[in-house]
Design a protein around this ligand. Structure first.
Ligand SMILES: Nc1ncnc2c1ncn2[C@@H]1O[C@H](COP(=O)(O)OP(=O)(O)OP(=O)(O)O)[C@@H](O)[C@H]1O
Ligand SMILES: [Mg+2]
Length: 420
């Protein structure tokens, strides 16, 4: 049987489920083969609260992508987010082996020692152990320490933990439809792969993904992840605010928000009036467009203040000369970039959508696809083929060694960037 050569990313979002099936092209870019979108169900603020509803919604999204790609998905990289996520930077330190030349075993021990220093208890688990860089005898900034001389090796590691039951429930829903969860990836980590450039990571950059139920954050410095978090306030809160204050139903509020919403009232002209259908009677009421901005602005400000606080708790806003990249469905509100810049100390802000794709790139240009594409990119970088139904043998022969390494060992250690 030929080895399948396509990957799948599954973004189980609060408002939509997005499946992206993709294939590495000969030119190195990722070709999109199929995309499936379905309205989300059974999720609140990024977390599954009704397994049956969520499973059905996931099945629908996957089926749509499979039909478009004309391929079956047996395995996928699945995004995880929510207020239960916590991240911290740790240092793992080991003495280099007596030869004085750093080996893979020394690296593994240093990384393990950093993971061991994070108390997880019974309810939480580590979902990412991402090496930022290494230091040898106090000299930091080393990306590939193997083969270098020294006595003491430090691994600077970004560790992300999640509530174990939340991850298990997500996995259960996906596996109920016959799809193996190859890896759970923190959503902003995946999203950043799709929308942030290497140059921005090197300069230092803040990624903000404003979705429906959560606003996800990833901060990079010196090319590596420095901070990650999820704030449980996002686009759906804006819809709810509009529905309450304008006395309109949820569907009408969503429509009005997406069509006429502004992040700053003054962006709309003072005399522009829109019509909304009143709750119950359905009668048309006239509302100044600036009023939408007056409802939206304080909530968006609250979101950016929470983002700022989260980043400042981990360090500070300096050292992000690459500015801010905004993505996610709710980033499409007119003026969101201006408001973000005002609150994030005048940093430059740009909008981000999936970059550098090959065929069918146009099907995923909207910022709602950033996470799904990022998950597929991560899967492709780890050669995690989505069509494989059987697990690779834990004791592979020579032929399967590379695959076993890249699919099992390298992702688990999450130090792939430094081994490639
Ligand atoms: N044109 C638009 N203008 C304003 N908001 C929009 C627009 N299009 C979509 N949105 C909002 O974006 C949000 C959904 O974004 P997205 O698809 O990124 O979220 P999600 O991935 O489902 O949720 P989460 O990541 O929070 O779990 C919704 O609140 C929706 O109303
Ligand atoms: Mg999302």
């Amino acid at each position: 049987m030929p080895i399948p050569d396509y990957v799948a990313g599954l973004d189980v979002g609060t408002t939509k489920i997005c499946t992206v099936i993709a294939q590495q092209s000969a030119r190195g870019a990722l070709d999109v083969l199929g995309v499936g979108l379905s309205p989300s169900a059974g999720l609140k603020r990024g977390v599954i609260v009704d397994q049956q509803e969520a499973t059905e919604a996931i099945a629908e999204s996957v089926a749509r992508a499979e039909r478009m790609a004309n391929r079956s998905v047996h395995g996928a990289y699945v995004g995880i987010t929510g207020g239960h996520i916590a991240a911290r930077n740790e240092t793992g330190r080991v003495r280099v082996n007596p030869s004085g030349e750093v080996t893979a075993a020394d690296v593994e021990k240093a990384v393990q020692s950093a993971s061991d220093s994070v108390p997880v208890g019974r309810e939480r688990e580590i979902i990412h152990t991402i090496v930022r860089d290494f230091a040898i005898d106090g000299q930091s900034g080393i990306k590939r320490p193997i083969g270098m001389s020294g006595h003491r090796l430090d691994a600077h590691v970004h560790i992300v933990t999640a509530t174990a039951s939340v991850r298990q429930n997500l996995q259960r829903c996906v596996e109920q439809i016959g799809i193996k969860v190859q890896r759970c990836i923190l959503e902003p980590v995946a999203t950043s792969l799709a929308v942030v450039t290497e140059a921005e990571r090197d300069l230092g950059v803040i990624l903000i993904d404003i979705g429906g139920g959560t606003t996800d954050i990833a901060v990079f410095r010196d090319g590596a992840i420095y901070h990650s978090a999820a704030v449980p306030v996002a686009g759906n809160h804006l819809t709810r605010d509009l529905a309450h204050l304008l006395h309109i139903n949820h569907e009408e509020a969503e429509k009005v928000k997406c069509k006429f919403g502004v992040a700053i009232p003054q962006l709309a002209s003072a005399d522009q009036v829109i019509q909304v259908a009143q709750m119950g009677t359905g009668e048309a009421a006239r509302v100044p467009r600036q009023l939408l901005g007056e409802v939206i602005q304080p909530r968006l400000e609250e979101i950016f203040l929470m983002v700022r606080e989260s980043i400042e708790q981990a360090g500070d806003l300096d050292m992000t000369a690459g500015g801010v990249v905004l993505t996610g469905g709710a980033s499409q509100l007119w003026g969101t970039d201006r408001l973000a810049s005002e609150i994030l100390r005048d940093l430059p802000v740009r909008y981000g959508s999936p970059l550098n794709l090959g065929k069918l790139a146009a099907t995923v240009t909207n910022p709602i696809f950033s996470t799904g594409v990022g998950l597929a990119l991560q899967a492709a970088s780890e050669e995690a083929w989505a069509g494989e139904s059987a697990s690779p043998s834990p004791l592979p022969g020579l032929k399967g060694l590379h695959q076993w390494w890249s699919q099992r060992v390298r992702p688990r250690l999450a130090i792939w960037r430094f081994w490639a």
